[in-house]
Write a protein that binds this ligand. Sequence first.
Ligand code: UD1
Length: 429
Amino acid sequence: MKLYRFVIFEYMSKYIINGGKKLVGEVKISGAKNAAVGILAASIMTDEDVLIENIPDVWDINVMLEAIKVLGAEVTRIDRNTVKINSKNANLTELSDKDLGKMRATYYFVGALLARHHKSKVIFPGGCNIGLRPINLHLKGFLALGANAYEEDGYIITEANNLIGANIYLDTVSVGATVNIMLAAVLSQGVTFIENAAKEPHVVDIANFLNSMGANIKGAGTDTIRIKGVKKLHGTKYSVIPDQIEAGTYMVLATITKGDITIKNIIPKHIESISAKLIDVGNQVIAYDEAIRVIGSEIILPTSIKTMPYPGFPTDMQPQFTCTLTLANGRSKIEESIFENRFKYVEEVKKMGATITIDNTTLIVDGVKELEGRKIVAPDLRAGAALVLACLAAKGQSEIDKIEYVERGYEDFVNKLIDLGADIKKIEG
Ligand code: UD1
């Protein structure tokens, strides 16, 4: 079956940006993409209706919904951000459309299908090209639960007679492996412990969603997650948490444009590492119950950053901060410790006048007085967003190509920016 929504992803549209304006106003944050993708995969694990609210309307989510339809489930879009899924007739266990391999989170169908049908065949996940992104820890978890799990001819294949709870230690902290193993273990027999688990807010949100379906998961958000297998999951109604990376991106936007932005519908606790760094570089950051205001300072101070698993500084915010620090009054150091190939945007921002040296996994950024508008290309989702920020701060006009990457993860990006006073226009390819 051809998945019609996929063909929109052909890298042909661009943004035209006239930069140099202070962006001011309020922006409302959408649901967290990385939580929603896991929640959508998990929704196929029950026969009953699942109603999910606060789903962001972005490319990755729409692909996940198409994949759910391919498996035989009924998907009803109640409104733009609410979806009802019924998987009573979702009996298929194979996802093979090659377009599915262009995104990352389809790997969550492996854990979900293995849990529900005891088998799965899912095309190997792609996603942003930011490093090797192996799936050895996912497979290690499935094997420990008693499944046969392997990669073959571009597919991840799993099969099991029974899934039995196990103790699983993750050698590296991995969001994907933690969630995938959690999904597979939820319907197993006995108790599973995931040690050295990822603690990101979206891991906790997916666990909360599964618990609302009758799963028995404790400890999500700590190093050790305990999952007591249950026989069956039931329907639920659930609202996805706000997207902390989208929130962080708008916070940085206030900094780079020296503006004043209030970011609403967020959980300030989830963005503490970002707030701390923004204060370091000279901003005023005011936290409210469900909002945060960032008042950009006229002078951006240099700083040092090292990306770490949550609650450390998120790798998904690294490009946005680097672009901002190109305008700091001194030398900054940014170390990327999660993905080995996450600097592809550096050449693009250098075209705009930035001074950056790459030393293996570290960037040395010597701040310049201003950036100049250029024709550049978005290399991936977060780097693409970072380049948009750079263009909004730069003098003159910029053109950013392949912005479909950015729209994979930012709902209504252009409109939200225009509402803050940006001069940005999308040219459809
Ligand atoms: C998820 C996020 C992505 C974010 C990343 C790190 C989703 C859909 N994507 O990606 O936005 O940048 O977390 O916060 O939620 N690793 C292994 N073996 C494995 C799995 C991972 O060695 O089996 C390594 C990776 O190469 C990387 C590190 O673990 O160095 C973390 O990766 P992981 O947390 O798994 O990232 P993703 O789940 O792919």
